[in-house]
Design a protein around this ligand. Structure first.
Ligand SMILES: C[S@@+](CC[C@H](N)C(=O)[O-])C[C@H]1O[C@@H](n2cnc3c(N)ncnc32)[C@H](O)[C@@H]1O
Ligand code: SF4
Length: 382
């Protein structure tokens, strides 16, 4: 089989910009006219980038954002038909679309399914109105539940995103909310710990003393409660913030990232990793919708930055992403770092309970996954 490929499509528009979010996003209002032009640019970018890749097996297409559920289903269908033509044969890829749970977007779910989406990732974030208000969301808990129930009926696979470690949240409140989330029937749950990102409205509110995130010890208790609660409900924490009911329910798209496979980044600000002639390239598309459309129109693709990663830089990246998942990373992918089972640092970190000892693969324990950046730095420097 030819090497696996993922395609990430970034749809940067949102109805409202949430105060905690630092993704590459733009207000939808005032940009309504750009949707068709952006879709045309995405199609051109996709075809031209595919032409230079050689044979690949398409395993996943991911519409991320921003808010791709604001797209017209016809645009999603056109992009998926193009993917089918560019990478024919093989098993049907996983096709995920991120959706916000407003009534207006839920009304389009059936059309997205007909367009070829077979996995919906629903951004519920919270299941109570006061917290949705704090998070600046434009939907109610009732709307969220209704969208989730509808999505569970329409899509073969459903994933839900939640944000925890909110201001004033207790372990008790959170575990009750997790119980409610478990009732939805999603096969995949991504609970993300609230991060106060630089440059966001939340960062400014924390600076003014108007918002107080939980102290680190409470945040750690909330993390432990999450792992505990979901694992008792039969969900495996196959990655730090990703829990799946069975191996088949894991996100194939995220596994592309964590296994160091290649993926195209299409759309404003999208990141890609592509191996050409044995060298891995880190690529970033032009950031704003206008700059992206202009670039694709002028030179045929949207890539604004392309860096050849040295073997050491590529192996460091492979190490960091591979240790996030329980399956770990094969030593064969880490030869540039000269890491092997008998390496002194590997043995020491295994004795400390942070790594798992195996002759073929390097894996982090759950304690190790909590200090991944530190762990990776220590292994890479060794
Ligand atoms: C790129 S967002 C797109 C999802 C969709 N637009 C939505 O808001 O539902 C993907 C996920 O990242 C998570 N996220 C974004 N910013 C975050 C932050 N500062 N802290 C924790 N999670 C965050 C949210 O759970 C969100 O669903
Ligand atoms: S969290 Fe989602 S809806 Fe909110 S600004 Fe970020 S991408 Fe847009």
């Amino acid at each position: 089989m030819s090497p696996a490929l993922g395609v990430y499509i970034h749809w940067p528009f949102c109805a409202r910009i949430c105060p905690y979010c630092d993704f590459n996003v733009f207000r939808h209002r005032g940009h309504e006219d750009q949707g068709q032009a952006l879709t045309s640019a995405i199609l051109t970018d996709l075809k031209n980038q595919a032409a230079g890749l050689g044979r690949r097996t398409l395993v996943s297409v991911f519409f991320g954002g921003g808010t791709p559920s604001l797209m017209a289903p016809a645009w999603v269908a056109e992009i998926l038909e193009t993917c089918d033509r560019l990478w024919p044969g093989g098993a049907a890829p996983e096709v995920t679309l991120e959706a916000n749970p407003t009534d207006a977007e839920a009304a389009k779910f059936q059309a997205f399914r007909t367009a070829g989406v077979n996995r919906l990732s629903l951004g519920l974030q919270a299941l109570n109105d006061p917290d949705l208000k704090i998070l600046g969301r434009d939907h109610t808990a009732r709307e969220g539940r209704a969208a989730a129930d509808l999505a569970a009926k329409i899509f073969p696979r459903l994933s839900i995103d939640l944000i925890y470690a909110r201001p004033n949240q207790t372990v008790d409140m959170w575990t009750h909310e997790l119980d409610a989330a478990l009732q939805i029937g999603a096969q995949h749950i991504s609970p993300y710990q609230l991060t106060i990102e630089p440059g966001t409205a939340f960062e400014r509110a924390v600076g003014r003393g108007q918002l107080t995130p939980p102290r680190p010890d409470l945040a750690a208790d909330l993390y432990d409660a999450t792992q505990d609660h979901l694992s008792r409900a039969g969900f495996d924490a196959y990655e730090v913030s990703n829990h799946a009911l069975s191996p088949a329910d894991q996100s194939r798209h995220n596994l592309v990232y964590w296994r160091g496979e290649d993926y195209l980044g299409i759309g404003p600000g999208a990141h890609g990793r592509i191996t050409r002639n044995g060298t891995r390239h880190a690529e970033v598309a032009a950031m704003t919708p206008s700059a992206y459309i202009e670039r694709v129109t002028r030179i045929g693709h949207g890539v604004a930055e392309s860096e050849c990663l040295s073997p050491v830089a590529a192996a460091e990246e492979r190490l960091l992403s591979g240790l996030r998942i329980t399956e770990g990373v094969p030593y064969a992918d880490l030869t540039a770092l000269d890491l092997h089972p008998d390496h002194g640092e590997v043995r020491a970190l295994t004795a400390d309970g942070l790594l798992v000892h195996d002759r073929n693969r390097l894996m982090a324990t759950s304690a190790g996954r909590l200090v991944l950046n530190w762990l990776t730095r220590r292994l890479a420097l060794a």
